[in-house]
Design a binder for this molecule. Structure first.
Ligand SMILES: Nc1ncnc2c1ncn2[C@@H]1O[C@H](COP(=O)(O)OP(=O)(O)OP(=O)(O)O)[C@@H](O)[C@H]1O
Length: 595
């Protein structure tokens, strides 16, 4: 399991830029290669125009101006005008197309991230704040967007312009070309020297942003608790701390990044000065006309501009590598719970469930949460799990849906080990209603339909009626079309549970798991619900966890769980007669009711 992490903890960082990460971006580029080839053709044409322009200036200075050759002037101006128009339209095409390719790549990357995250096991979500997962899918991918769209646009054409200019410079005067490159090693040293610090600064920044995001996410989720305890000040102070850390990290990146530009500019200006010096003094035997000298300065600009842009792109890439690291790290998390290579589909089940001496712990080196749980349930029976808080009841049912794998022993359904069948076929035949009922934003009807996507409206209403949700739904402003907010915050807790009940029943599972499912329903509703449930439970194996014993008195079998073991098992009457742990629990609840 991944190391546990909170909003206060920075995540681990890689020491070096992982070239494999950068190469993996290429995988996302592959489907769009045809577009890229067209872009490259346009970029090549634009590069040629870039090279021609200084040459036209050379002709102007060497031939047109001294001879006052107006005819040639007219031709040059016309050619220049045509080239500029072609160049500008090429520029537009290039920008639009590369942005398109960049966005398509990001769409694919975000899709992969999202679908992968959906398959990750509970343990992944247990191990880090959700805000840190969110920032990977949204913010980090957005940051890549800038680099892949605008950055990539420039770098492709810049690399091309760089090489073509270099070739032309050598053709026009190879010695002057060599002198123009004299300071190039200095530039490389400058860029590479800063890169180390810059990458480190961006990694720290990404961590601080991630922490802040996790904190904000947690604060919004817990806002009601904060207000209840009037702890706004405490939250605010932590927020300021986190925010301050982001600001400092950000400023550090700016301090380092802004060193890059003056360095490159200084080297560029020194180079141009050197070209003038060499051209004017004839240093090293160089003899060139004024036109060639001016053209060379133009080429030097053509040459240095791409170098500067490539330097900038490299800058962005360093930033991105910190984000890519996080994105690919997420994509590389292998779901611990996944289909075995030889997994088969679980056939239509009858519903026999066996826990065979199951031992379980949440972390490999952690303590045993379940200790030799041996439980055998016939199809169609209702099993209730009771016991003190933290005893392991929820853990038992989590193993049944294979949200986690057992450490020892096995869980079988109709004799099939749950690890040997595909997860989809297993979970499709199981209806699980967890403690924290989740309502998606949308309307009530859509929320119930989540249990069976092709359910008709009639089936939805029938399911709602069966669990006695229909009455309250009809009292909502728009009935089944009433819009509910994410998490169902506009509904009461009991209403949320009734909707979730209808959803599970609509799925028509062979095995039904209800974890504290009836805890939020008032006694009257519960009685009605119980009646509806009784005929729906028929033919299904059901596991019910309930703290209120009145809801499970009719269960075929009741297991009293304590410290991860079944300490008592039998029906209500048998367990009462035993005068053991269940009896004491029952007595205490009964006493409370009497009080
Ligand atoms: N995701 C998790 N990671 C690590 N430990 C966990 C996790 N979930 C539960 N535990 C631990 O496992 C033990 C059993 O938890 P479980 O939720 O099964 O208890 P429970 O009997 O259902 O309790 P309750 O009646 O309060 O819901 C507890 O000690 C709990 O701290």
């Amino acid at each position: 399991m991944a190391q546990r992490n909170t909003f206060r903890d920075d995540e681990d960082l890689e020491e070096k830029i992982n070239m494999r990460d950068l190469a993996r971006v290429g995988v996302y580029l592959k489907p769009y290669m045809a577009r890229v080839v067209w872009i490259l053709i346009v970029v090549a044409a634009m590069g040629c125009i870039n090279v021609v322009e200084p040459y036209l200036t050379k002709i102007m200075i060497d031939s047109v101006i001294p001879a006052k050759n107006l005819a040639l002037l007219g031709e040059l101006v016309a050619l220049l005008a045509v080239l500029i128009v072609i160049y500008e339209f090429g520029l537009r095409y290039r920008t639009v197309e590369i942005t398109r390719v960049g966005q398509l790549m990001l769409k694919d990357m975000r899709r992969d991230l999202f679908t992968h995250i959906q398959t990750l096991p509970f343990s992944y979500f247990d191990s880090r704040p959700h805000g840190k997962i969110l920032i990977r899918v949204v913010n980090y991918v957005n940051t890549l967007s800038d680099t892949l769209s605008s950055g990539l646009v420039n770098v492709i054409s810049d690399v091309f312009t760089f090489f073509i200019t270099l070739v032309v410079m050598f053709v026009v005067d190879w010695r002057l070309a060599l002198y123009s490159l004299a300071l190039f090693p200095l530039l490389i040293a400058w860029v590479l020297g800063l890169q180390h610090f810059q990458r480190r600064a961006y990694q720290v920044l990404s961590n601080k942003q991630s922490n802040l995001n996790a904190f904000i996410h947690e604060s919004i989720a817990g806002v009601k608790t904060t207000q209840t305890f009037a702890r706004e000040d405490t939250q605010f102070r932590t927020f300021q701390e986190q925010q301050g850390a982001v600001r400092s990290a950000w400023m550090r990146t700016v301090h380092i990044q802004t060193l890059m530009w003056p360095g490159i500019q200084t080297i560029s200006v020194m180079t141009i000065a050197f070209i003038y010096y060499v051209g004017v003094t004839g240093f090293g035997g160089v003899e060139v006309s004024t036109g060639v000298l001016i053209a060379f300065v133009g080429y030097a600009n053509n040459f240095w501009n791409p170098v500067i842009s490539i330097g900038n792109f490299y800058n962005q890439l360093i930033t991105c590598s910190a984000y890519l690291e996080r994105i690919f790290e997420t994509l590389d998390v292998q779901p611990e719970i996944r289909n075995a290579p030889d997994a088969v589909d679980l056939p239509q089940i009858e519903g026999r469930v066996d826990f065979n001496d199951v031992v379980f712990r949440y972390e490999p080196d952690g303590r045993n949460i379940l200790n030799l749980v041996d439980l055998h349930v016939e199809p169609g029976k209702t099993i209730a799990l009771v016991g003190p808080t933290g005893a392991g009841k929820t853990t038992i049912i989590n193993l049944l849906s294979r949200f986690y794998d057992v450490a020892e022993g096995s869980v079988t359904i109709d004799g099939h080990d749950v690890r040997s069948v595909t997860l989809e076929s297993l979970r499709r035949q199981m209806g699980v209603m967890l403690q924290d009922t989740f309502i998606f934003s949308g309307n009530v009807r859509e929320n119930i339909r989540y249990g069976k996507l092709d359910a008709t409206d009639e089936e939805i209403v029938a399911a709602a009626k069966a669990v006695h949700a229909h009455e309250f739904i009809m009292e909502l402003p728009d009935g089944y079309d009433t819009v509910v907010e994410e998490r169902g915050s506009t509904l009461s807790a009991g209403q949320r549970q009734l909707i979730a009940f209808a959803r599970v029943l609509l799925a028509d599972p062979r095995i039904l798991i209800l974890d504290e499912a009836t805890s939020n329903i008032d006694t009257r509703t519960e009685e009605a619900l119980q009646a509806g449930l009784n005929h729906l439970l028929k033919g299904r194996t059901s596991f019910i966890i309930a703290h209120r014993l009145s809801t499970i008195e009719n269960a075929d079998e009741i297991c009293y769980i304590d410290h991860g073991q079944i300490v008592e098992q039998g029906n209500h009457a048998e367990l009462l007669a035993r005068h053991g742990a269940y009896y004491r629990l029952y007595e205490s609840q009964y006493a409370m009711i009497k009080v």
